[in-house]
Each structure stands twice: as structure tokens, then as C-alpha cells.
Design a protein around this ligand. Structure first.
Ligand code: PGA
Length: 251
């Protein structure tokens, strides 16, 4: 059975006290019958402390927003998968469109980051998604297929089981524009189909596929009601406890 996940990607936001207060508030507001895995992805400087606050809680975990592609060594400013794992963090977010665009990360770089993460027992939230131009030119299916196949399809089945996919159309991220639930479902179905072609139906059906891009308390219920949408990767709306909790409660 695949899991429902709501992950909050804080990006480069929140000072230490703001971040810790947010985590505290979300934990306090979580419904006692919560069935969704909640994931906080703070910046590296808060990650260890946030993870400590989540230890021992049921279905509350953390993710790094990035991971260095090398194992270790003279790479000033980088943080390795081994270090992240040593802080007991569960996931690494890899391939966010902001990393692809502003830091020029290629499918090949992401493949290396995925390999080093899995080697260090981190699970991966792998982001993919097309730009507005690509959608308008009708090449969005091909774009998503190459992002996924070039970075992930070298994995053996047992490793692919540790991958969560997040579909994040770039034109919807931080713009207030959301893919309609039907547009998102169409892509999620397509992603599940290409996973099935590579790894078979069983593995495809057990892969969690999240939607990201201006997901908020108003549209989350409709998005999460779709058969192939298993949760969300939330940016802006995860920076406020009430809105993040409303999204978690949308299942
Ligand atoms: P947004 O960001 O919810 O602010 O659009 C989503 C993301 O980039 O993960």
C-alpha cells in the first residue's frame, strides 16, 4: 500500500525561533487520528534540531532540501548524505526545479545525488515537472519522462521502493496558479504508467506520487481526492501552522 505524505518545503525561509515554533505548533495541532505522514524540510541549519523535535512521534519525519553529490571531501559549503543520515533524517528532496534552474543541476547530477543518498539509507523525494513553455509546446509528457528515466530508471527495484515522486509543474510553483486536479491527475497517471513499464504494476502502485505547486487549504482536498495523487509537497502554505495543518487534514 502506498503512503499519503504531506511534506513542507520551507526553502530559504524562517529563522531558528520561527522554524522551531512552527514545528511545535504543527505537532500540537496534529489530529490524534492523523493518518498522513508529515515531513518537515527546513534548511540545513535547523534540520538537526527539527529532527530531534520529531523523534519518537508517529508519522512525523524530516527531509533535507538537497544533498551533496559527492561522498565526502573538499567541497566547501556542501552537506553529504552521510552527514544527513547521521542526524537521523529520513528523506532527501532531490531535483527541485529551483535547484535545477538556479543551480544548474542536470539529470545526471541528480542521478548521482540519488545514488549517494540511497547508499547512505536516505529515502528520496524526487521532484519533476515541466515549464510553462514546455506545456504550451505540448512536450510536457516527454520532459517528465526524461527527468524520471534519466535520473531514476537505472535503479534496481529494491532501491526504487525508497523513492517518492513529487510532480511540480514549474508554472505553478509559488505563482498562485495551481494545476487543476484533472491536469495533475493526468500527469500522475502518466508517471505511474512509465514506472509500471519499467518496474511492473505492483511497484508502480506502491509508489507515492505527490503534487506540488501552490497547493493550499482551499485546493488540497480536491487534489488529494484523485486516485493517483498521494499527497503534497508544499512550499508557501507550509510556513504557517494553521494552513499546513488544514492541508494535512484534507485527506
Ligand atoms: P509552493 O511551492 O507551494 O510555494 O508553490 C511548492 C514547492 O516548490 O515545493
Amino acid at each position: 500500500m502506498r503512503k499519503n505524505i504531506v511534506a513542507g518545503n520551507w526553502k530559504m525561509n524562517l529563522k531558528r525561533d520561527e522554524g522551531l515554533n512552527l514545528v511545535n505548533d504543527v505537532i500540537n495541532l496534529l489530529p490524534s487520528d492523523n493518518k498522513v505522514e508529515v515531513v518537515f524540510a527546513p534548511s540545513f541549519i535547523h534540520l538537526y534540531k527539527v529532527n530531534k523535535m520529531c523523534l519518537g512521534l508517529d508519522k512525523v519525519n524530516t527531509a533535507s532540501q538537497n544533498v551533496g553529490k559527492e561522498e565526502k571531501g573538499a567541497f566547501t559549503g556542501e552537506v553529504s548524505a552521510e552527514m544527513i543520515k547521521s542526524a537521523n533524517v529520513k528523506y532527501a528532496i532531490i531535483g527541485h526545479s529551483e535547484r535545477r534552474e538556479y543551480f544548474k543541476e542536470t539529470n545526471e547530477d541528480l542521478k548521482q545525488k540519488i545514488d549517494v543518498s540511497l547508499k547512505n539509507n536516505l529515502e528520496v523525494i524526487f521532484c519533476c515537472g515541466e515549464s510553462l513553455n514546455q506545456r504550451e509546446e505540448g512536450v510536457h509528457f516527454n520532459c517528465i519522462k526524461s527527468q524520471i528515466s534519466e535520473s531514476l530508471f537505472h535503479l534496481l527495484s529494491d532501491d526504487f521502493r525508497k523513492i517518492v515522486i513529487a510532480y511540480e509543474p514549474i508554472w505553478a510553483i509559488g505563482t498562485g496558479l495551481t494545476a487543476s486536479s484533472n491536469q495533475a491527475e493526468e500527469i500522475h497517471k502518466f508517471i505511474r504508467k512509465i514506472i509500471a513499464q519499467r518496474y511492473g504494476e505492483e511497484l508502480s502502485n506502491s509508489t507515492s506520487i505527490l503534487y506540488g505547486g501552490s497547493c493550499n487549504p482551499t485546493n488540497a482536498k480536491e487534489l488529494f481526492s484523485k486516485d493517483n495523487i498521494d499527497g503534497g509537497l508544499i512550499g508557501g502554505a507550509s510556513l504557517n501552522a494553521e494552513s499546513f495543518i488544514e492541508i494535512i487534514k484534507s485527506f
